[in-house]
Design a binder for this molecule. Structure first.
Ligand code: ADP
Ligand code: MG
Length: 279
């Protein structure tokens, strides 16, 4: 089934700023796709629309999630609330409740599903707790379950947010720059965790990233945005620094890490050496 289908979606904020301009894309169930683009290109706006929280402009624009219309013609559908239970979200700013334990935060993924009175009283069943512990085990931080969320490192907090989505039973995970505030080793762990739930649970993952490096390492497909438009949608490996320069001009500098740029320059130098020899 198609997990996410967006067609001709536009969003204009007040004061006329057009954040999305006729965006169309289609992501099949089980894919792990990177969403890249410079700051201000519309990544967060697109993800917020997909999670059913923001309505787009009136017009032909439409979003379907798992075959059901979530919004069209600028109106959020009446089933959006129940559809949202299929969608887990992870943000750049760690979005756990800091003073609650990690386990309670993960259990909060169930709040859409349990009757309100149980949720408010904090009464979760043993089965629910086991499910949450199992999710923490899967993301590699089960030993942190009893700690306050505020005592976890940034990377651990992001993995707890992924565990919360697992506990929720999400079929789609939207992660908005989940590694932007992390050191490289924590970033890698978070990306590996995303890959793991994608591969083992067939959860569809759409992850926005500020730089192309992790897209190349973890996602076979990348969607690239610029000024609210999709400017590339295809195999990540096509996104060489040269091609990014074509897509983004001088802005491409921001999308490529120094390390990747240096490696690429070396490769080009080597290839031209070889062609000299061959010639
Ligand atoms: P990205 O996540 O790629 O950095 P955003 O989706 O946050 O980009 O922003 C896209 C554009 O929309 C930017 O120009 C931003 O200033 C504008 N924008 C985003 N949210 C709002 C808002 N609530 N009101 C007005 N403009 C907004
Ligand atoms: Mg953003």
């Amino acid at each position: 089934m198609t997990a996410i289908e967006v067609s001709d979606l536009s969003k204009t904020f007040q004061r006329g700023k057009r954040a999305l301009n006729s965006v169309s894309l289609k992501i099949e169930e089980g894919e792990m796709v990177a969403l890249i683009g410079a700051s201000g290109s519309g990544k967060s706006t697109l993800l917020r629309h997909l999670s059913g929280l923001v309505n787009a402009d009136k017009g032909p624009g439409r979003i379907s999630i798992l075959g059901k219309v979530m919004q069209q013609n600028g109106r959020i559908g009446k089933d959006a609330r129940s559809m949202r239970s299929n969608i887990g979200v992870v943000f750049q700013q760690f979005n756990l409740v800091r003073r609650l334990t990690v386990l309670t935060n993960v259990l909060m993924g169930l709040l859409g599903a349990v009757p309100a009175w149980r949720g408010t009283l904090g009464l979760f069943t043993i089965d629910e707790k086991l499910k949450a512990m199992n999710a923490l085990q899967r993301v590699g931080i089960v030993d942190q379950a009893g700690k306050r969320a505020s005592n976890l490192s940034g990377g651990q907090q992001q993995r707890a947010a992924i565990a919360r989505a697992l506990t929720q039973g999400a079929k789609i995970l939207l992660a908005d720059e989940p590694i932007a505030s992390l050191d490289p080793s924590s970033a890698k762990k978070v990306m590996k965790t995303l890959r793991r739930i994608n591969e083992e649970d067939a959860i569809t993952v759409l992850v926005s990233l500020h730089q192309v490096d992790y897209a190349l390492d973890f996602c076979s497909r990348t969607i690239a945005m610029r000024d609210g438009e999709v400017v590339f949608d295809g195999p990540s490996k096509q996104l060489t620094p040269a091609f990014l320069k074509e897509l983004y001009g001088d802005d491409s500098i921001d999308l490529i890490s120094d390390k990747r740029r240096k490696a690429f320059k070396k490769k080009i130098a080597k290839e031209s050496d070889l062609s000299l020899v061959a010639g």
